[in-house]
Design a protein around this ligand. Structure first.
Ligand SMILES: *Cc1c(COP(=O)(O)O)cnc(C)c1O
Length: 356
């Protein structure tokens, strides 16, 4: 069997959830959209169902997968619904839609529901993707109330730049939001992971941590507040071939690396078809047999190559960690010019193994 796999540490997931919850001092909704950022939504939901009151996913089909697996917690649909006909299942399965557009309010007006809905009303405070502008929120809210089909409304917004600590865009978004929230006297739901970790002055009745549950930092550079996060995913494989090359030999597609001295090269059974980023450059850290070494040469579809010259104890069959508790996914992401969110979401083809 090919040795590549992703190990998911469900205990670390629970500890990260508890950290988010304690930082927030309020109700933390566990965001498990996109198959729990590549970690396995059903398994993560089972691990967290006693910890959290509510889960969040992006859309209806993601929520139905959890219902089919027997998850009973309310589920927030972050993108709301796309078609009127989804309201029947939202009603039936106790899903909480985000309402971000006028047509959705009209759809609720027309719908025949078994029971009143719990909704999250979305304000556009500066992200400028979806949601009602601050000045349009009161009218939208009163229209919703007038349908008599709403049990509970929470006012929400989403930050565009909370991972950027040196600018005040987040504070501006928050004060625009808070002004309306105070007027309407509604419960609020604001904080994502970077807001929870880096903006203690920004809090809300509900929070929506995502990436921090998986133990990765949302910030480009290390922050004190992320020290307590525990990486959940370990992407690992083994050395399947070793060769010694003289100086001046190039390795792999495009000859991206040329040996500058006699070198020992290890081949690892994992590649970009598994989700390891093809754009990871020479010198990206890789852990082999418990020691840090480096990627050399271009990442291929099913394999990549590492430098074993200074690791005489490493050889055929040695364990390799691409990211996990020793090599942080955010470190690899930065070098590959992406973010840990994308690295995790891209994981495919490798079997997942769960530990608790
Ligand atoms: C994905 C998402 C989150 C979680 O964001 P993180 O940065 O992963 O914590 C929160 N709110 C909304 C609306 C989202 O789409």
């Amino acid at each position: 069997m090919r040795p590549a796999q992703a190990t998911i540490d469900l205990k670390a997931l629970c500890l990260n959830y508890q950290l988010a919850s304690s930082l927030s001092g309020s109700k933390a909704i566990a965001v498990i959209k996109a198959d729990a950022y590549g970690h396995g939504a059903v398994e993560c939901a089972r691990a967290l169902e006693k910890e959290t009151k509510v889960f969040a996913v992006a859309f209806l089909e993601e929520a139905l997968e959890l219902r089919e697996a027997g998850i009973l917690n309310p589920i927030l649909l972050l993108e709301g619904f796309f078609e009127e006909c989804e309201l029947a299942q939202i009603d039936q399965y106790n899903l909480w839609p985000v309402i971000h557009s006028h047509w959705q309010i009209s759809a609720i007006e027309k719908a025949k529901l078994l029971k009143p809905l719990t909704i999250f009303l979305k304000m556009d405070s500066g992200m400028h993707r979806v949601g009602f502008f601050p000045e349009d929120i009161p009218v939208a809210y009163y229209q919703l109330l007038a349908t008599k089909k709403i049990a509970n409304t929470t006012l929400m917004t989403h930050f565009a730049r909370a991972d950027e600590l040196e600018i005040d865009y987040t504070k501006k978004q928050y004060s625009a939001f808070q002004e309306v929230a105070n007027k309407l006297n509604l419960e609020t739901c604001v904080c994502n992971s970077p807001a929870l970790l880096a903006w203690p002055e920004i809090r809300s009745h509900w929070v929506r941590p995502g990436i921090m549950l998986y133990g990765a930092s949302p910030f480009e550079h290390p922050q004190h507040s992320t020290n307590q996060l525990q990486p959940v995913m370990t992407l690992q494989s083994k050395i399947i071939s070793v060769r010694t090359l003289p100086q001046g030999e190039s390795i792999g597609y495009g000859g991206l690396y040329t040996t500058n001295k006699p070198s020992r090269i290890g081949v690892v059974a994992i590649g970009y078809a598994d989700g390891y980023p093809r754009h990871a450059p020479n010198d990206t850290p890789v852990m082999v047999a418990g020691e840090k070494t480096r990627l050399i040469g271009r990442v291929s579809m099913d394999m990549l190559t590492v430098d074993l010259t200074d690791l005489p104890q490493a050889g055929l069959g040695s364990d390799v960690e691409l990211w996990g508790k020793n090599i942080l996914a955010s470190e690899v992401a930065l070098l590959a010019q992406t973010i840990p969110y994308q690295l995790f979401c891209n994981i495919k083809r490798v079997p997942r193994r769960f530990t608790s």
